[in-house]
Design a protein around this ligand. Sequence first.
Ligand code: HEC
Ligand code: HEC
Length: 157
Amino acid sequence: MKKFLLPLVMLSVVFVGCDEENPIEVVDGVNIEIHHQGETCSSCHGSNGSEVRLYAAGSIFKSLSAGNNEAAQIALGHTLRLVLNSTTKYLTVGNGDGNAHSKSAVLSEGFTAEVLDASGDVVNSASHSANQLDCNSCHTSTGSSGAPGRVVNFRNE
Ligand code: HEC
Ligand code: HEC
């Protein structure tokens, strides 16, 4: 009996460790990783953060008032695209579990933020200036700095 106990204890420690960092939740039958959806990404991934530097990052929800990490409100399969003003260059922001990010260097010009559905169709968009890359800092559940709430997967007009 004792022989089995130690490996069992070690295993559960490993699993609990993973779960605490990025737990998996099931939404509409899909496994999604919970990783600070809706929180201000720059607090950990900004120039003074301790984690991998992300130059643009945010989360996409199904409702303007979704709470941080509210799994049922995460817009699955959606992603962000930042279209620069002066060029036709698109900066596609990586996809995953309602979070989107770019590791490409800082934009020095304004851009149009576009929300894309799983087919790549634009479902929402708005013009922004060069320093508005930390989406969730304004797109909180109540909206800060004039933002209407979350970045959402529908046009809020
Ligand atoms: C409280 C701190 C914290 C916040 C806030 C946070 N992250 Fe992270 N992030 C981490 C840590 C720690 C890791 C490395 C371990 C892991 O994957 O969980 C990480 C890893 C990542 C990675 C993988 C980076 C790589 O290539 O190695 C991505 C992408 C990411 N986070 C995106 C985001 C996005 C998008 C947001 C905002 C919605 C966000 N994170 C908010 C702490 C944070
Ligand atoms: C400094 C604050 C701020 C930051 C940062 C910011 N936004 Fe916004 N956003 C706003 C404001 C204010 C509006 C409403 C005005 C408008 O629609 O032009 C808005 C509107 C939007 C809309 C349309 C909202 C709706 O309800 O239809 C989308 C989509 C959007 N932002 C996406 C993004 C994305 C993606 C990012 C990050 C790359 C981002 N925003 C960063 C302030 C911000």
